[in-house]
Design a protein around this ligand. Structure first.
Ligand SMILES: [Zn+2]
Length: 148
């Protein structure tokens, strides 16, 4: 195995630690996508009630109704961005054991999946801002974040 592959693999194993470090620093953090720590793999790691590793996820809109949310992100913890997300979506993926899994999500979880999936394509919430008034500092909103 060459050094670069070894490095990539070891960074994959850093994903859960990175999320947990962020959680202990900011008191929140539900998920992280591999590209956020420089690993160019289609992997999302979520920790809501339990750890979930989503490999090669694909998502579909299950309801075309949209919602506006103030989105936050571990990549820019002090900034909130108002974005539009679909209210419901379905995500298929492979888990750690390469089993096929499906998540049907609505509301907060639907928003989270769309946010994380965007990271896999190099899209940040900042490029989905609804309009010129869609940026705020967390200190202006006083909200405690979920961080994605
Ligand atoms: Zn994010």
């Amino acid at each position: 195995m060459n050094w670069l592959i070894l490095c990539q693999l070891s960074k994959i194993f850093m994903i859960p630690d990175t999320l947990m470090d962020f959680k202990s620093k900011y008191g929140a953090g539900r998920a992280i996508a591999a590209p956020q720590i420089g690993v160019m793999k289609r992997i999302i790691y979520m920790y809501i009630d339990k750890p979930v590793v989503c490999i090669n996820p694909e998502w579909e809109i299950s309801n075309h109704e949209k919602m506006e949310v103030w989105d936050d992100c571990m990549s820019f913890p002090d900034l909130l961005v108002k974005v539009e997300r679909y209210k419901a979506c379905t995500m298929q993926y492979r888990d750690r054991d390469w089993e096929k899994k499906v998540i049907q999500a609505t509301g907060d979880l639907s928003e989270l999946l769309q946010h994380e999936y965007d990271h896999l394509d190099g899209i940040l919430a900042t490029s989905r801002a609804v309009d010129d008034h869609s940026f705020a500092l967390r200190s202006q909103k006083h909200g405690k974040g979920n961080y994605e």
